[in-house]
Design a binder for this molecule. Structure first.
Ligand SMILES: Cc1ncc(COP(=O)(O)O)c(C=O)c1O
Ligand SMILES: N[C@@H](CCCC[NH3+])C(=O)O
Length: 439
Protein backbone atom coordinates (compact mmCIF):
# COMPACT_ATOMS: atom_id res chain seq x y z
CA UNK A 1 0.00 0.00 0.00
CA UNK A 2 1.48 3.32 -1.08
CA UNK A 3 0.18 6.20 1.03
CA UNK A 4 0.79 9.85 0.16
CA UNK A 5 1.23 12.89 2.38
CA UNK A 6 -0.61 12.71 5.68
CA UNK A 7 -2.54 9.56 4.71
CA UNK A 8 -2.08 6.72 7.18
CA UNK A 9 -3.94 3.82 8.70
CA UNK A 10 -5.18 4.49 12.24
CA UNK A 11 -5.51 2.00 15.08
CA UNK A 12 -9.06 1.14 14.02
CA UNK A 13 -7.61 -0.02 10.71
CA UNK A 14 -9.23 2.91 8.92
CA UNK A 15 -7.59 5.14 6.33
CA UNK A 16 -6.93 8.61 7.70
CA UNK A 17 -6.32 11.74 5.61
CA UNK A 18 -5.29 15.08 7.09
CA UNK A 19 -5.80 13.63 10.57
CA UNK A 20 -9.39 12.60 9.76
CA UNK A 21 -10.87 9.12 9.71
CA UNK A 22 -12.22 8.52 6.20
CA UNK A 23 -14.98 6.25 7.54
CA UNK A 24 -16.26 9.20 9.56
CA UNK A 25 -15.85 11.54 6.57
CA UNK A 26 -17.93 9.16 4.45
CA UNK A 27 -20.62 9.02 7.16
CA UNK A 28 -20.68 12.79 7.47
CA UNK A 29 -20.56 13.80 3.80
CA UNK A 30 -21.72 10.64 2.01
CA UNK A 31 -20.06 8.93 -0.93
CA UNK A 32 -18.69 9.30 -3.53
CA UNK A 33 -16.56 11.97 -1.93
CA UNK A 34 -13.38 13.71 -3.04
CA UNK A 35 -11.05 14.29 -0.09
CA UNK A 36 -7.99 16.53 -0.45
CA UNK A 37 -4.92 16.41 1.77
CA UNK A 38 -4.32 20.15 2.00
CA UNK A 39 -0.90 19.88 3.69
CA UNK A 40 0.34 17.81 0.79
CA UNK A 41 -0.74 20.47 -1.71
CA UNK A 42 1.09 23.07 0.39
CA UNK A 43 4.19 20.83 0.53
CA UNK A 44 4.19 20.39 -3.26
CA UNK A 45 3.72 24.14 -3.86
CA UNK A 46 6.55 25.00 -1.46
CA UNK A 47 8.77 22.37 -3.07
CA UNK A 48 8.53 24.10 -6.44
CA UNK A 49 8.91 27.59 -5.05
CA UNK A 50 11.84 26.73 -2.77
CA UNK A 51 13.81 25.16 -5.61
CA UNK A 52 13.67 28.41 -7.55
CA UNK A 53 14.52 30.40 -4.43
CA UNK A 54 17.45 28.11 -3.57
CA UNK A 55 18.90 28.62 -7.04
CA UNK A 56 18.27 32.37 -6.95
CA UNK A 57 16.18 32.35 -10.11
CA UNK A 58 13.34 34.80 -10.60
CA UNK A 59 10.31 32.69 -11.30
CA UNK A 60 6.58 32.29 -11.22
CA UNK A 61 5.05 28.96 -10.34
CA UNK A 62 1.58 29.15 -11.88
CA UNK A 63 -0.89 26.52 -10.74
CA UNK A 64 -2.62 25.12 -13.85
CA UNK A 65 -6.11 25.39 -12.43
CA UNK A 66 -7.59 23.14 -15.14
CA UNK A 67 -6.38 20.24 -12.96
CA UNK A 68 -8.81 21.20 -10.19
CA UNK A 69 -10.52 24.56 -10.23
CA UNK A 70 -12.64 25.59 -7.27
CA UNK A 71 -12.72 28.75 -5.20
CA UNK A 72 -11.07 27.01 -2.24
CA UNK A 73 -8.24 25.63 -4.38
CA UNK A 74 -7.62 28.98 -6.02
CA UNK A 75 -7.48 30.58 -2.55
CA UNK A 76 -5.02 27.91 -1.43
CA UNK A 77 -2.85 28.66 -4.47
CA UNK A 78 -2.94 32.33 -3.48
CA UNK A 79 -2.03 31.55 0.14
CA UNK A 80 1.00 29.65 -1.14
CA UNK A 81 2.07 32.57 -3.31
CA UNK A 82 1.51 30.76 -6.59
CA UNK A 83 0.41 32.39 -9.82
CA UNK A 84 -2.56 30.95 -11.65
CA UNK A 85 -3.05 29.58 -15.14
CA UNK A 86 -6.63 29.73 -16.43
CA UNK A 87 -7.85 28.55 -19.83
CA UNK A 88 -11.42 29.76 -20.07
CA UNK A 89 -13.84 32.43 -18.94
CA UNK A 90 -15.15 29.94 -16.37
CA UNK A 91 -11.75 29.30 -14.81
CA UNK A 92 -11.08 33.05 -14.87
CA UNK A 93 -14.44 33.73 -13.24
CA UNK A 94 -13.63 31.20 -10.51
CA UNK A 95 -10.27 32.89 -9.91
CA UNK A 96 -11.88 36.33 -9.71
CA UNK A 97 -14.61 35.03 -7.40
CA UNK A 98 -11.82 33.70 -5.16
CA UNK A 99 -10.29 37.20 -5.23
CA UNK A 100 -7.07 35.88 -6.69
CA UNK A 101 -4.79 38.82 -7.57
CA UNK A 102 -5.46 39.30 -11.31
CA UNK A 103 -1.90 40.43 -11.99
CA UNK A 104 -0.75 36.89 -11.15
CA UNK A 105 -3.23 35.26 -13.54
CA UNK A 106 -2.04 33.91 -16.90
CA UNK A 107 -4.77 33.40 -19.47
CA UNK A 108 -4.34 30.46 -21.86
CA UNK A 109 -6.46 28.87 -24.55
CA UNK A 110 -6.44 28.21 -28.27
CA UNK A 111 -9.81 29.81 -28.95
CA UNK A 112 -10.41 32.62 -26.51
CA UNK A 113 -13.54 34.50 -27.43
CA UNK A 114 -13.83 38.27 -27.71
CA UNK A 115 -15.87 38.24 -24.49
CA UNK A 116 -13.23 36.20 -22.67
CA UNK A 117 -10.43 38.51 -23.79
CA UNK A 118 -12.47 41.58 -22.82
CA UNK A 119 -13.13 40.04 -19.42
CA UNK A 120 -9.40 39.38 -18.93
CA UNK A 121 -8.46 42.94 -19.93
CA UNK A 122 -11.19 44.50 -17.83
CA UNK A 123 -9.98 42.69 -14.73
CA UNK A 124 -6.29 43.39 -15.37
CA UNK A 125 -5.11 39.82 -15.94
CA UNK A 126 -1.30 39.84 -15.70
CA UNK A 127 -0.48 37.98 -18.87
CA UNK A 128 -2.32 36.63 -21.88
CA UNK A 129 -0.68 33.65 -23.51
CA UNK A 130 -1.50 34.29 -27.16
CA UNK A 131 -1.98 31.12 -29.15
CA UNK A 132 -2.62 32.11 -32.79
CA UNK A 133 -2.82 34.95 -35.31
CA UNK A 134 -6.60 35.28 -34.99
CA UNK A 135 -6.20 35.90 -31.27
CA UNK A 136 -3.29 38.30 -31.71
CA UNK A 137 -5.34 40.47 -34.07
CA UNK A 138 -8.46 40.23 -31.93
CA UNK A 139 -6.53 41.20 -28.82
CA UNK A 140 -4.88 44.12 -30.61
CA UNK A 141 -8.27 45.45 -31.77
CA UNK A 142 -9.86 45.05 -28.32
CA UNK A 143 -6.92 46.87 -26.74
CA UNK A 144 -7.33 49.73 -29.21
CA UNK A 145 -11.08 50.04 -28.72
CA UNK A 146 -10.89 49.81 -24.93
CA UNK A 147 -7.63 51.78 -24.72
CA UNK A 148 -6.05 49.06 -22.65
CA UNK A 149 -2.49 47.79 -22.61
CA UNK A 150 -1.62 44.18 -21.94
CA UNK A 151 1.33 41.87 -21.47
CA UNK A 152 1.55 38.72 -23.50
CA UNK A 153 3.57 35.59 -24.08
CA UNK A 154 3.47 33.82 -27.42
CA UNK A 155 2.78 30.11 -27.17
CA UNK A 156 5.15 28.30 -29.49
CA UNK A 157 5.40 24.66 -30.51
CA UNK A 158 9.07 23.81 -30.46
CA UNK A 159 8.62 20.45 -32.18
CA UNK A 160 8.95 18.39 -29.00
CA UNK A 161 6.27 16.14 -27.61
CA UNK A 162 6.66 14.29 -24.35
CA UNK A 163 4.49 11.65 -22.78
CA UNK A 164 5.48 9.70 -19.71
CA UNK A 165 8.85 8.06 -20.40
CA UNK A 166 9.29 9.20 -23.95
CA UNK A 167 9.75 12.35 -25.82
CA UNK A 168 9.84 12.75 -29.55
CA UNK A 169 10.99 15.60 -31.66
CA UNK A 170 8.64 16.30 -34.49
CA UNK A 171 9.82 18.33 -37.47
CA UNK A 172 6.55 20.04 -38.18
CA UNK A 173 4.75 20.19 -34.87
CA UNK A 174 1.23 18.97 -35.62
CA UNK A 175 -0.70 20.55 -32.79
CA UNK A 176 -3.79 22.66 -32.39
CA UNK A 177 -1.85 24.85 -29.98
CA UNK A 178 0.58 27.65 -30.59
CA UNK A 179 2.80 29.15 -33.28
CA UNK A 180 5.22 26.79 -34.97
CA UNK A 181 8.75 27.76 -34.08
CA UNK A 182 10.37 26.24 -37.16
CA UNK A 183 8.13 27.32 -40.04
CA UNK A 184 8.27 31.08 -39.48
CA UNK A 185 4.87 31.48 -37.79
CA UNK A 186 6.36 32.27 -34.39
CA UNK A 187 8.71 34.84 -35.92
CA UNK A 188 5.83 36.51 -37.76
CA UNK A 189 3.80 36.67 -34.55
CA UNK A 190 6.76 38.11 -32.65
CA UNK A 191 7.16 40.86 -35.26
CA UNK A 192 3.44 41.67 -35.14
CA UNK A 193 3.54 41.90 -31.35
CA UNK A 194 6.64 44.09 -31.35
CA UNK A 195 4.90 46.58 -33.67
CA UNK A 196 1.95 46.99 -31.34
CA UNK A 197 1.84 49.94 -28.98
CA UNK A 198 -0.79 48.25 -26.84
CA UNK A 199 0.84 44.86 -26.43
CA UNK A 200 4.02 44.19 -24.50
CA UNK A 201 5.64 40.94 -25.54
CA UNK A 202 7.27 39.46 -22.43
CA UNK A 203 8.52 36.30 -24.06
CA UNK A 204 7.67 32.79 -25.12
CA UNK A 205 5.68 29.89 -23.74
CA UNK A 206 5.72 26.21 -24.56
CA UNK A 207 4.11 23.13 -23.06
CA UNK A 208 5.34 19.79 -24.30
CA UNK A 209 2.93 17.31 -22.71
CA UNK A 210 1.59 15.86 -19.51
CA UNK A 211 2.55 13.12 -17.01
CA UNK A 212 6.22 13.41 -18.06
CA UNK A 213 8.84 11.44 -16.13
CA UNK A 214 12.04 12.77 -17.66
CA UNK A 215 13.66 16.13 -18.17
CA UNK A 216 15.03 15.40 -21.65
CA UNK A 217 11.97 16.80 -23.46
CA UNK A 218 12.09 20.08 -21.51
CA UNK A 219 15.79 20.39 -22.22
CA UNK A 220 15.41 19.87 -25.96
CA UNK A 221 12.53 22.36 -26.01
CA UNK A 222 14.64 24.96 -24.19
CA UNK A 223 17.52 24.44 -26.65
CA UNK A 224 15.26 24.85 -29.67
CA UNK A 225 13.74 28.00 -28.25
CA UNK A 226 17.13 29.52 -27.49
CA UNK A 227 18.40 28.82 -31.00
CA UNK A 228 15.44 30.82 -32.30
CA UNK A 229 15.83 33.54 -29.68
CA UNK A 230 19.42 33.95 -30.74
CA UNK A 231 18.32 34.55 -34.35
CA UNK A 232 15.70 37.02 -33.19
CA UNK A 233 18.16 38.84 -30.98
CA UNK A 234 20.44 39.39 -33.94
CA UNK A 235 17.70 40.30 -36.44
CA UNK A 236 15.21 42.18 -34.27
CA UNK A 237 17.06 42.96 -31.01
CA UNK A 238 14.31 40.97 -29.26
CA UNK A 239 15.13 39.31 -25.94
CA UNK A 240 12.68 37.11 -24.10
CA UNK A 241 12.31 38.49 -20.57
CA UNK A 242 10.20 35.50 -19.64
CA UNK A 243 10.41 31.88 -20.66
CA UNK A 244 7.44 29.75 -19.65
CA UNK A 245 8.14 26.04 -20.01
CA UNK A 246 4.64 24.88 -19.10
CA UNK A 247 3.66 22.02 -16.83
CA UNK A 248 3.47 18.30 -17.28
CA UNK A 249 5.56 16.99 -14.38
CA UNK A 250 4.48 13.40 -13.76
CA UNK A 251 3.19 11.80 -10.57
CA UNK A 252 2.98 8.25 -9.23
CA UNK A 253 -0.45 6.71 -9.78
CA UNK A 254 0.71 3.09 -9.48
CA UNK A 255 4.01 1.31 -8.96
CA UNK A 256 4.54 1.43 -12.73
CA UNK A 257 5.15 5.20 -12.45
CA UNK A 258 8.54 6.57 -11.43
CA UNK A 259 8.42 10.36 -11.46
CA UNK A 260 11.36 12.54 -10.49
CA UNK A 261 11.04 14.68 -7.38
CA UNK A 262 9.54 18.02 -8.47
CA UNK A 263 12.74 19.85 -7.54
CA UNK A 264 14.77 17.74 -9.97
CA UNK A 265 12.68 18.80 -12.97
CA UNK A 266 13.05 22.41 -11.96
CA UNK A 267 16.79 22.20 -11.25
CA UNK A 268 17.57 20.57 -14.58
CA UNK A 269 15.39 23.00 -16.49
CA UNK A 270 17.05 25.97 -14.79
CA UNK A 271 20.54 24.61 -15.45
CA UNK A 272 19.76 24.18 -19.14
CA UNK A 273 18.21 27.62 -19.49
CA UNK A 274 21.23 29.17 -17.74
CA UNK A 275 23.60 27.20 -20.00
CA UNK A 276 21.75 28.38 -23.11
CA UNK A 277 21.58 31.99 -21.93
CA UNK A 278 25.33 31.97 -21.22
CA UNK A 279 26.09 30.29 -24.52
CA UNK A 280 24.23 32.94 -26.50
CA UNK A 281 25.33 35.80 -24.19
CA UNK A 282 21.74 36.59 -23.21
CA UNK A 283 20.30 37.64 -19.90
CA UNK A 284 18.82 34.81 -17.86
CA UNK A 285 15.05 35.09 -18.47
CA UNK A 286 12.52 34.87 -15.69
CA UNK A 287 11.32 31.25 -15.68
CA UNK A 288 7.66 30.43 -15.34
CA UNK A 289 6.25 26.95 -14.97
CA UNK A 290 2.66 25.69 -14.85
CA UNK A 291 2.28 22.51 -12.83
CA UNK A 292 -1.24 21.15 -12.47
CA UNK A 293 -1.22 17.43 -11.80
CA UNK A 294 1.99 17.51 -9.75
CA UNK A 295 0.50 20.04 -7.31
CA UNK A 296 -2.84 18.38 -6.62
CA UNK A 297 -2.87 14.89 -8.13
CA UNK A 298 -1.66 12.71 -5.28
CA UNK A 299 -3.36 14.94 -2.68
CA UNK A 300 -6.79 13.76 -3.81
CA UNK A 301 -8.52 10.52 -2.81
CA UNK A 302 -12.02 9.46 -3.84
CA UNK A 303 -14.12 7.49 -1.35
CA UNK A 304 -16.81 5.19 -2.72
CA UNK A 305 -19.26 2.78 -1.16
CA UNK A 306 -19.24 -0.69 -2.64
CA UNK A 307 -22.66 -1.93 -3.74
CA UNK A 308 -23.30 -4.88 -6.01
CA UNK A 309 -20.79 -7.48 -7.10
CA UNK A 310 -20.78 -10.06 -9.85
CA UNK A 311 -18.70 -13.16 -10.34
CA UNK A 312 -18.05 -14.34 -13.89
CA UNK A 313 -16.85 -17.88 -13.15
CA UNK A 314 -13.26 -18.51 -14.20
CA UNK A 315 -13.01 -14.97 -15.59
CA UNK A 316 -13.24 -12.24 -12.96
CA UNK A 317 -15.17 -10.73 -10.11
CA UNK A 318 -16.64 -7.27 -10.53
CA UNK A 319 -17.40 -5.04 -7.60
CA UNK A 320 -19.43 -1.92 -8.34
CA UNK A 321 -19.13 1.42 -6.59
CA UNK A 322 -21.54 4.35 -6.28
CA UNK A 323 -19.60 6.52 -8.74
CA UNK A 324 -17.45 5.86 -11.79
CA UNK A 325 -16.70 7.62 -15.06
CA UNK A 326 -18.95 10.49 -13.97
CA UNK A 327 -16.47 11.45 -11.21
CA UNK A 328 -13.31 10.01 -12.79
CA UNK A 329 -13.31 9.73 -16.55
CA UNK A 330 -9.56 9.14 -16.84
CA UNK A 331 -9.63 5.30 -16.88
CA UNK A 332 -12.28 5.31 -19.64
CA UNK A 333 -10.60 8.11 -21.57
CA UNK A 334 -6.90 7.27 -21.24
CA UNK A 335 -6.84 3.75 -19.76
CA UNK A 336 -5.40 5.49 -16.71
CA UNK A 337 -4.49 3.20 -13.83
CA UNK A 338 -5.15 3.73 -10.14
CA UNK A 339 -4.53 2.00 -6.82
CA UNK A 340 -7.18 1.51 -4.16
CA UNK A 341 -7.71 0.01 -0.72
CA UNK A 342 -10.65 -0.79 1.51
CA UNK A 343 -10.59 2.33 3.65
CA UNK A 344 -12.60 0.74 6.48
CA UNK A 345 -10.45 -2.44 6.61
CA UNK A 346 -7.11 -1.10 5.52
CA UNK A 347 -5.00 -3.55 7.52
CA UNK A 348 -6.71 -6.72 6.36
CA UNK A 349 -4.71 -8.86 4.03
CA UNK A 350 -5.64 -9.01 0.38
CA UNK A 351 -7.49 -12.18 -0.52
CA UNK A 352 -8.99 -11.76 -3.95
CA UNK A 353 -8.42 -9.96 -7.21
CA UNK A 354 -11.38 -7.91 -8.33
CA UNK A 355 -12.21 -5.31 -10.97
CA UNK A 356 -13.88 -2.10 -9.86
CA UNK A 357 -16.84 -1.02 -11.99
CA UNK A 358 -18.67 2.27 -11.95
CA UNK A 359 -22.44 2.61 -12.02
CA UNK A 360 -22.81 4.30 -15.40
CA UNK A 361 -24.62 2.66 -18.30
CA UNK A 362 -21.42 2.06 -20.27
CA UNK A 363 -19.30 -1.12 -20.40
CA UNK A 364 -16.19 1.05 -20.48
CA UNK A 365 -17.10 2.50 -17.09
CA UNK A 366 -14.41 0.60 -15.20
CA UNK A 367 -12.30 2.39 -12.61
CA UNK A 368 -9.69 -0.31 -11.95
CA UNK A 369 -9.02 -3.69 -13.55
CA UNK A 370 -7.64 -6.59 -11.50
CA UNK A 371 -6.76 -5.16 -8.14
CA UNK A 372 -6.00 -7.25 -5.05
CA UNK A 373 -8.30 -6.45 -2.12
CA UNK A 374 -9.47 -8.12 1.07
CA UNK A 375 -12.74 -9.99 0.53
CA UNK A 376 -15.12 -7.05 0.19
CA UNK A 377 -18.80 -6.74 0.81
CA UNK A 378 -21.48 -4.17 0.05
CA UNK A 379 -21.14 -1.10 2.26
CA UNK A 380 -17.37 -1.44 2.44
CA UNK A 381 -15.58 1.83 1.70
CA UNK A 382 -13.22 1.91 -1.27
CA UNK A 383 -10.54 4.62 -1.39
CA UNK A 384 -9.08 5.30 -4.83
CA UNK A 385 -5.84 7.26 -4.57
CA UNK A 386 -4.36 10.06 -6.69
CA UNK A 387 -7.63 11.40 -8.06
CA UNK A 388 -6.82 15.03 -7.22
CA UNK A 389 -6.01 16.16 -10.77
CA UNK A 390 -8.52 16.00 -13.62
CA UNK A 391 -10.99 14.07 -11.45
CA UNK A 392 -13.44 16.65 -10.16
CA UNK A 393 -12.28 18.93 -13.00
CA UNK A 394 -13.51 16.47 -15.63
CA UNK A 395 -16.52 15.21 -13.68
CA UNK A 396 -19.75 15.13 -15.59
CA UNK A 397 -23.43 14.33 -15.21
CA UNK A 398 -23.61 11.29 -17.47
CA UNK A 399 -26.74 9.33 -16.57
CA UNK A 400 -27.73 12.41 -14.58
CA UNK A 401 -25.51 11.39 -11.72
CA UNK A 402 -24.95 14.37 -9.41
CA UNK A 403 -21.29 15.33 -8.99
CA UNK A 404 -19.77 14.46 -5.60
CA UNK A 405 -18.77 17.04 -3.02
CA UNK A 406 -15.18 18.06 -2.27
CA UNK A 407 -13.80 18.11 1.26
CA UNK A 408 -10.50 19.66 2.30
CA UNK A 409 -8.83 17.84 5.20
CA UNK A 410 -6.06 19.50 7.17
CA UNK A 411 -4.77 19.11 10.74
CA UNK A 412 -7.78 17.13 11.88
CA UNK A 413 -10.32 19.55 10.44
CA UNK A 414 -12.60 19.09 7.48
CA UNK A 415 -14.04 21.79 5.28
CA UNK A 416 -16.76 21.17 2.71
CA UNK A 417 -15.49 23.27 -0.18
CA UNK A 418 -17.93 22.07 -2.84
CA UNK A 419 -21.30 20.65 -1.84
CA UNK A 420 -22.84 17.60 -3.46
CA UNK A 421 -25.01 18.32 -6.48
CA UNK A 422 -28.69 17.58 -5.99
CA UNK A 423 -31.28 16.27 -8.41
CA UNK A 424 -32.71 19.82 -8.38
CA UNK A 425 -29.32 21.13 -9.52
CA UNK A 426 -29.48 18.69 -12.41
CA UNK A 427 -32.75 20.01 -13.79
CA UNK A 428 -32.14 23.65 -12.88
CA UNK A 429 -31.16 24.66 -16.41
CA UNK A 430 -33.90 22.72 -18.16
CA UNK A 431 -36.85 24.70 -19.42
CA UNK A 432 -39.81 23.54 -17.44
CA UNK A 433 -42.68 21.69 -19.07
CA UNK A 434 -44.93 24.63 -18.25
CA UNK A 435 -42.66 27.06 -20.11
CA UNK A 436 -42.56 24.74 -23.10
CA UNK A 437 -46.36 24.64 -23.25
CA UNK A 438 -46.60 28.42 -22.93
CA UNK A 439 -44.18 28.96 -25.78
C1 LIG B 1 -0.47 24.97 -21.33
C2 LIG B 1 -0.56 24.00 -20.21
N1 LIG B 1 0.04 24.31 -19.05
C3 LIG B 1 -0.03 23.48 -17.99
C4 LIG B 1 -0.69 22.27 -18.06
C5 LIG B 1 -0.71 21.43 -16.84
O1 LIG B 1 -0.25 20.16 -17.09
P1 LIG B 1 -0.03 19.14 -15.89
O2 LIG B 1 -1.31 19.01 -15.15
O3 LIG B 1 0.34 17.91 -16.60
O4 LIG B 1 1.06 19.69 -15.04
C6 LIG B 1 -1.30 21.90 -19.26
C7 LIG B 1 -1.94 20.59 -19.42
O5 LIG B 1 -1.33 19.67 -19.96
C8 LIG B 1 -1.25 22.79 -20.37
O6 LIG B 1 -1.84 22.50 -21.51
N1 LIG C 1 -6.84 15.81 -18.68
C1 LIG C 1 -5.60 15.14 -18.85
C2 LIG C 1 -4.46 16.06 -18.94
C3 LIG C 1 -4.69 17.17 -19.87
C4 LIG C 1 -3.68 18.16 -19.68
C5 LIG C 1 -4.11 19.52 -20.12
N2 LIG C 1 -3.44 19.99 -21.29
C6 LIG C 1 -5.41 14.08 -17.80
O1 LIG C 1 -6.30 13.81 -17.08
O2 LIG C 1 -4.40 13.47 -17.68
Amino acid sequence: MHLNGTSKVNDKGHLEIGGLDTVELAEQFGTPLYVYDVSLIRERARGFKQTFEKLGVTAQVAYASKAFSTIAMVQLADEEGLSLDVVSGGELYTALAAEFPPERIHFHGNNKSKEELEMALKHGVGCIVVDNFFELELLQSICEVTETNTKILLRVTPGVEAHTHEYITTGQADSKFGFDLQNGQAEKAMKMALKSSKIELLGLHCHIGSQIFETAGFIVAAKKIFEKLNEWKESYAFESKVLNLGGGFGIRYTNEDHPLPAGRYVEEIIEEVQRQADHFAMNMPEIWIEPGRSLVGDAGTTLYTIGSSKEVPNVRKYIAVDGGMSDNIRPALYQAKYEAILANRALEKTEETVSVAGKCCESGDMLIWDIPLPKSDHNDLLAVFCTGAYGYAMANNYNRIPRPPVVFAENGESKLVVRRETYEDLIRLDSSIKEKINN
